[in-house]
Design a protein around this ligand. Sequence first.
Ligand code: AMP
Ligand code: MG
Length: 407
Amino acid sequence: MREPDAVMISLDEALRRLDGVASPLRLQTETLPVRASLGRILRAPTHARLALPPFDKSAVDGYALPDGGREMDEYRLLETVHAGETGTQPLLPGTTVKVMTGAPVPAGTERVLMVEHAQETDGRVRLTRSVGGANVCRLGENLIPGDLVAEAGRTISPLDLGNLIAAGITEVEVSRPLRIAVLSTGNEITDDPAALGRGRIMDSNGPMLSALATAHRMVVTLTRRIPDEPGATRETIATALAAADLVVLSGGVSEGDSDFVTPALRALGLAPLFTRVAVKPGKPVTLAADGSHLVLALPGNPVSAWLMFHLFAIRIAAHLLGAPIEPRTFRLKLATPFTRRNAERQEYVPACLDESARCSPVPYHGSAHLGALTGTDGFFVVPIGVTMLPAGTKVRFLPLGSTESVP
Ligand code: AMP
Ligand code: MG
């Protein structure tokens, strides 16, 4: 169904409109135990409760030697302190306390002599080599209470878990999970290989987009296939809106006779912010909003769906979750020349990087050729108006690895 007045806008303008509509829709926060917060987005800067280390502690197994005075050849051993214990004896001139790694050193310790550099016999400790540094980690040398441990917007990583828990933080304020529905449109698609006949294909976009959403830590609350039929399209989108913050569709947004998505969005009171973007692949990508939900309708061709999910859906998720909106491109040199005939859209060309970080296009038959992306490192960008790029030209490179990590 041809959309009336479908104006094509630039990708930058589309992203600006996306930013404007998505940023006010930030999700509410919830408080979680730190140990259950992996992958969640921190919403408040989080400060240390404890000093690290929380006491002067020994970095080695050794003998604590007292402050000041000349170093002696022999010391009287007062006691042994293991990690987790506290000693009872103050360190006086001429005495030593054996301390294990992680044990508090006695007050008045100047340095800890490693056990390897001493000989202990009958309660006396002789230095065999007077070498080595202080071997004492001083109270608060890594962190003091009030220091920033993790800033708002961080995706909590295993490293953050370690740092937060060590700093005495037990709970964090994070965004609630983003709920996403993934809908695939098309009379030709099925999930049952036995139902494949002439003209039918597997619904690969649905599982792929759901997996991408999961890999980017969204929670998939609904998946459906929709036949090319206006009523079913409307009803399924309405069901999805009740189940999700973001509804992502694939297919049905081109100008064919069976493209019912945009009229269905209008019928449901979702105003499209754009329905045509000057990007290749991905031109019919459509975004609509109703004040509390967003609907992103992607073209059905799998490369378009994959790339547009990265450019649009992940950006929407960052807005809703309170994560940074990263400009993720680099300027790299082209290893080989590139030419094209039509320059009216900004084109993303699947490419590999060589050892010198120069990029070359891979064999690619167009936006249905999803297999071409296997093993690629990302896409280089050909701006609007450009038909020829000689080898050595600096291009913008979008590093979209073909292997997304799975949480
Ligand atoms: P459309 O955007 O609906 O015009 O579809 C464009 C192309 O993508 C057509 O060749 C469709 O058969 C194909 N396609 C649409 N949906 C899917 C899907 N879920 N999985 C794989 N290919 C699809
Ligand atoms: Mg279709």
